[in-house]
Design a protein around this ligand. Structure first.
Ligand SMILES: [Ca+2]
Ligand SMILES: [Ca+2]
Ligand SMILES: [Ca+2]
Length: 565
């Protein structure tokens, strides 16, 4: 019963097809600019489609399940709806219950503003005429008698004294006429040769909206004064029919074409602010009375949010909240604590009289803390820290700083957002390194690892011998020694000890390029000289002579024999 079914679609199509026939060929490609206020029918539509922002409430015939329900008309107190079912008029409770057929062979019910009578159309005398009856179907009175009444939905003056309807005084020229409820004083309001149809009397009685083909092949929405003067197009030329005034007179709902189907729209009485209510709906009828308007506000402290619906207006009887994490609550003002940060879609639904609902929606974005993690790889005392796995799930790069565990409470901020860096420990040992990440909301995450670093191994990577000076009977030799770490990178500040021809040890200290040189003078002219590395020392590296080598092959990495060149 409360589903958006094919039955409804078929009914609405029939309504549009008849309007189409009356008004000429409407263009299915006509597109309206609008603000979307789609009726949310997921999970089954309520009795009355309510736009999510609930500015406007219309009935798209979703309350009934009959095979040919159409032409809904509200009782002015909002408690009942009259509609057409299978060519008869039915009156039911607004909630959809207790449907009673009140008169046969009738269509286009219109409830009088004073609630006492229902106007309708019937051809029960052999020609279409306008009738009145009590809401229970009793006391049927004929209003028109061969006055050119044409099939259409009549509309009441606000004082319930007159009815406007579509008439055909000149054969083939449909116009808008007015008549007293006593059947007297028929007045033809329009006489343009184009088709005029679908009158709707404004709640203040001053204006009649209708659809006219006088501006083009498509029927367009227009308004005129209640005496038929001052016809103006609404919104500069909008294809539309089934015009219906909102109870406050500020808006009109109407049926028109969307991009793929027909649907219901609303437009301000001034002709702007078009909103789309939904597709596959026709014949809008506003729920009487004060509209439900749902509004929510909220503020959050960390993961706890406070929601408030007191800005809502209208006769709401209940407030229900859905917080977007599966939790719900009821009340005009509620609080909710989320389990984790993130984005949550919150909905607040007002319930009002006669099954009316209005929903406001918003989303809450709660900060999530950063995630801190790093990897570390050490070679000797030198460690590469890689924190590319540190991030903030909200997208912003968190600020990162370090404590490498060897400097007390010192923290080292990372500048320029690299994702890795080197730290060299001064001495072997076990250290606890910690990375700390903080986001823009000062949410902090840390990650620690215990690292044991040892002194690395070093070796001689090259020995070269050269002749640096030649005297008459002697010459001088120089040995250049380069120290490498395990990655064959030069090592500075290594004290290299060596000896010439097995003599007393001599030493030099490698510079930034990892090498130092020793010279031997007064070598006899025809003699060679032997040079041997005896040892090497450094605070960060252990001498591992088994790794000694010489890339150019001039030595074995430990000893070299130098001859005069
Ligand atoms: Ca006309
Ligand atoms: Ca964050
Ligand atoms: Ca060499």
């Amino acid at each position: 019963m409360q589903r958006f079914t094919l039955i409804v679609v078929a009914v609405a199509w029939a309504a549009v097809t008849s309007a189409d026939a009356r008004l000429g060929q409407a263009s299915p490609s006509y597109a309206l600019g609008y603000t979307e206020i789609y009726c949310d029918c997921s999970g089954g539509c309520p009795a009355f489609c309510t736009s999510p922002n609930a500015r406007r409430v219309v009935t798209p015939l979703l309350a009934t399940a009959g095979p040919s329900d159409s032409a809904a008309a509200w009782s002015p107190d909002g408690e009942k709806v009259a509609y057409v079912n299978g060519g008869d008029i039915v009156v039911m409770e607004a909630a959809g219950t207790n449907a009673v057929t009140v008169t046969l062979s009738a269509s286009s019910p219109a409830w009088s503003p004073d609630g006492t009578r229902i106007a309708f159309a019937s051809n029960r005398t052999g020609a279409p005429e306008l009738y009145l009856m009590n809401p229970d179907g009793s006391n049927v009175v004929l209003v028109t008698m061969q006055m050119g009444f044409a099939w259409s939905r009549p509309t009441w003056s606000p004082d319930s004294s007159r009815l406007a309807f579509t008439c055909e005084v000149d054969p083939g020229n449909r116009d808008i006429c007015v008549i007293g409820v006593n059947g007297r004083d028929r007045l033809r309001l329009t006489a343009d040769p184009a088709i005029d149809d679908g009158a709707a009397w404004s709640p203040d009685g001053a204006t009649i909206a209708f659809t006219t083909a006088r501006f083009g092949a498509d029927g367009q929405l227009a308004t005129m004064d209640a005496d038929g003067s001052n016809v103006v197009r609404l919104g500069g030329g909008i294809t539309g029919w089934d015009a219906a005034w909102s109870p406050d007179g500020l808006y009109l709902a109407f049926t028109s074409w969307g991009s793929e189907s027909y649907g219901i729209y609303t437009i301000s009485a001034g002709g702007d602010d078009i909103s789309w209510v939904g597709d596959f709906m026709a014949e809008p009828a506003w729920m009487p009375g004060e509209l439900l308007i749902a509004r929510m506000s909220f503020w959050c402290d960390r993961l706890t949010c406070h929601f408030d619906a007191t800005a809502s207006t209208g006769p709401a009887t209940a407030y229900s909240w859905s917080f977007g994490d599966g939790a719900t609550a009821s009340g005009i003002s509620v609080s909710h604590t989320y389990a984790a940060g993130g984005r949550y879609d919150v909905a607040m639904t007002l319930s009002g009289e006669h099954g009316a609902t209005a929903t406001a929606r918003d989303s809450v974005s709660l900060n999530r803390p950063p995630v801190a993690s790093f990897t570390v790889a050490c070679e000797g005392l030198s460690c590469i820290f890689d924190w590319s796995g540190t991030y903030d799930p909200d997208g912003e790069q968190p600020g990162v700083n370090w404590n490498f565990g060897d400097g007390g409470d010192s923290w080292y901020p990372i500048e320029g957002r690299p994702s890795a860096g080197r730290h060299v420990y001064a001495a072997p040992g076990t250290y606890t390194a910690t990375i700390r990440a903080a986001d823009a909301y000062y949410e902090v995450a840390t990650s620690s690892q215990t690292i044991t670093v040892t002194r690395g191994a070093m070796h001689v990577g090259d020995i070269d011998g050269t002749t640096v000076a030649t005297q008459q009977s002697t010459w001088s030799a120089m040995a250049t020694i380069t120290m490498h770490d395990e990655g064959h990178r030069p090592v500075a500040n290594v004290v290299v000890s060596a000896s010439w021809n097995g003599g007393a040890p001599v030493s030099c200290t490698t510079g930034a390029a990892g090498w130092c040189a020793l010279t031997k003078s007064r070598i006899p002219r025809k003699a060679s000289v032997a040079f041997a590395v005896l040892g090497a020392s450094n605070s960060s590296f252990v001498y591992a002579p088994t790794g000694n080598h010489d890339a150019d092959g001039g030595s074995n990495g430990t000893t070299i024999t130098i001859s005069k060149q």
